[in-house]
Ligand binder design. Structure first.
Ligand code: B12
Length: 475
């Protein structure tokens, strides 16, 4: 069967990581690999690049179209893509899947979509394709929300989550034509690699552990080594919690070293308390790349702030993790959450912490209730009427304690204190010196776009646009 897998344009990437991160649709590549094993013809189209949807549909003539929906903020754009597929190819079966779709399928249960997958795709997409091909009923395919004449229905859940090694390697060949467009700030092209999936912790703002019931699955050492060895020299590791399993982490580092893997750059994501007990593991990993960055969930500048987020880790761990990582010559990127409920002191405390520990490479996102979390369930009523595109962690979904003008003045000031402020400590020429001459136009463009995060007026424009008429500016 001809199958087309689509990565839509997120639609809303003005703020946050959007402008300076663009990575390959790894979930679709794993699904494609599984479908290829079953001898289907598979095309992956990344609609952030050319050609557009009409051309892709004409060329691939699919019977089944899968659309990925990684982030809540993409819901409207995913539906718009489904609508366009339906208009151009009325007969195709359209399924949506991916993290945000699985965590909270409701907004996608729309007439232009035939099904939403609420589990991982590697084992289930081949089952679905097989059933469609043979004209068999789809209610035997687990893990679906299915559109029926009398409404949306669930098929049974999977009894057990499949092992990741079911599909050992992603079908990276299918995105070959887009490779040079994938980038993470200074690095271009970039490869996305997954070694494990899930997280056992319980941070209140995160939808990952709630979807996977605090489980963590690992790929085999052999598969991961092969993936690293055959990927390029700048690697973003997608794992929710890197270095989670100490014995496996050490074994993996040794196996990569033995295979001669050495990268220009690696970026991983992990927790502060894990770093505090993993110095030996980190020492084993550090020689595997020239530059090695850690995206650290710093989240708050006080113990109170951290416990309010169910972080189960304290400020002592944050400070110690930064010290250990720096001693081993890791770069620290991280993220802090800014609460709409803060008063001025909340911002000042954050600035003081950032200054004291030199954390200007961190990012700052607005605490946002993401669908699929308990936090969302408790405050959903406050977000009523907000477009999903505003769930990008840079929009206010309700009136903040300080009022929107003052809140955004302080929020923009927080970003101005980061290294992304080209009028700050790291000027545009310092960035330019770090890239190859051919990449200068790219880095200037990305930094130019990023400067809007330092301008309160840019946020206020968005805030006013999502206020219902007649509310005087309150969403
Ligand atoms: C890589 C990544 C990114 C990349 C983008 C990736 C891309 N292709 O465009 C970057 C770095 C740009 C990014 C940005 C952001 N991200 Co992000 N990101 C991730 C991350 C770490 C990994 C995703 C991944 O590739 N996993 C590996 C693959 C193999 O797994 P998978 O995608 O889940 O795919 C499987 C299934 O989902 C399913 N599936 C996937 N697609 C499809 C399609 C079909 C048709 C079917 C049937 C099944 C299916 O099958 C696949 C195989 O099993 C996830 C964490 C996570 N666990 O999902 C966060 C995550 C998705 N991001 C998140 C967030 C919050 C953001 C930001 C808002 C953060 C910020 N500070 O700005 C921004 C938004 C950017 C924007 N404006 O667009 C949240 C989303 C929460 C939510 N509910 O919205 C997550 C879950 C992280 C978290 N712990 O909270 N992100």
């Amino acid at each position: 069967m001809n199958i087309l897998l689509l990565r839509p344009h997120p639609g809303h990437d003005k703020f946050g990581l959007g402008p300076f991160f663009c990575v390959e649709p790894l979930g679709l590549e794993y699904i494609a690999a599984a479908l290829l094993q079953d001898h289907h013809q598979v095309t992956i189209a990344d609609l952030r690049f050319r050609p557009g949807l009409a051309t892709v549909l004409r060329r691939s003539r699919p019977r089944l179209v899968g659309i990925s929906c990684l982030h809540t903020l993409e819901f409207e754009q995913v539906l718009a893509t489904a609508r366009e597929v339906r208009r151009l190819a009325p007969e195709v079966f359209i399924i949506v899947g991916g993290h945000a779709a699985a965590a909270f399928s409701g907004p996608l249960e729309n007439n232009v979509v035939d099904a939403v997958m609420v589990e991982d795709g590697e084992s289930l997409m081949p089952l679905l394709a097989g059933c469609l091909e043979r004209g068999e009923p789809l209610d035997q395919v687990p893990g679906l929300r299915l559109r029926r004449p009398d409404g949306w229905q669930s098929t049974p859940r999977l009894e057990e989550r499949p092992a990741l090694d079911l599909v050992p390697l992603p079908a990276r060949d299918l995105v070959r034509q887009y490779r040079n467009g994938y980038h993470c700030l200074l690095f271009k092209p970039v490869w996305l690699i997954e070694t494990a999936r899930g997280c056992p912790h319980r941070c209140s703002f995160c939808s990952v552990w709630q979807l996977y019931d605090r489980t963590c699955r690992e790929r085999s050492i052999a598969a991961v080594v092969e993936d690293f060895a055959t990927s390029g020299d700048a690697v973003f590791v997608a794992d929710d919690l890197f270095w989670y399993n100490p014995a496996r982490s050490l074994e993996l580092a040794a196996a990569l070293k033995k295979r001669g893997v050495y990268k220009r750059w690696i970026l991983v994501q992990t927790r502060t308390d894990l770093i505090c007990r993993s110095a030996a593991i980190m020492a084993a990993w550090r020689p595997l790349a020239k530059d090695f960055d850690i995206f650290l969930g710093l989240e708050a500048a006080s113990d109170n702030g951290l416990s309010g987020l169910d972080k189960d880790s304290g400020i002592k761990e944050s400070i110690e993790a930064v010290r250990i990582a720096r001693e081993l010559k890791y770069g620290i990127n991280g993220n802090f959450l800014v609460d709409p409920d803060w008063d001025e002191e909340g911002f000042r405390q954050l600035w003081g912490f950032v200054e004291q520990y030199g954390l200007q490479r961190a990012g700052f996102t607005i605490l946002t209730p993401l669908p699929g979390t308990d936090y969302y369930r408790t405050v959903a009523h406050r977000t009523a009427g907000q477009p999903w595109s505003n769930f990008d962690m840079h929009h206010l979904l309700w009136e903040p304690r300080l009022g929107p003008e003052r809140f955004f003045e302080l929020y923009a000031e927080t970003w101005r204190r980061s290294i992304l402020n080209t009028a700050g400590d790291k000027g545009i020429m310092d960035w330019v010196r770090q890239v190859r001459p051919s990449q200068i136009p790219y880095i200037i463009r990305v930094l130019w776009r990023t400067q809007r995060m330092m301008k309160p007026a840019e946020y206020m424009k968005e805030y006013r646009a999502s206020c219902p008429a007649g509310t005087g500016g309150a969403p």
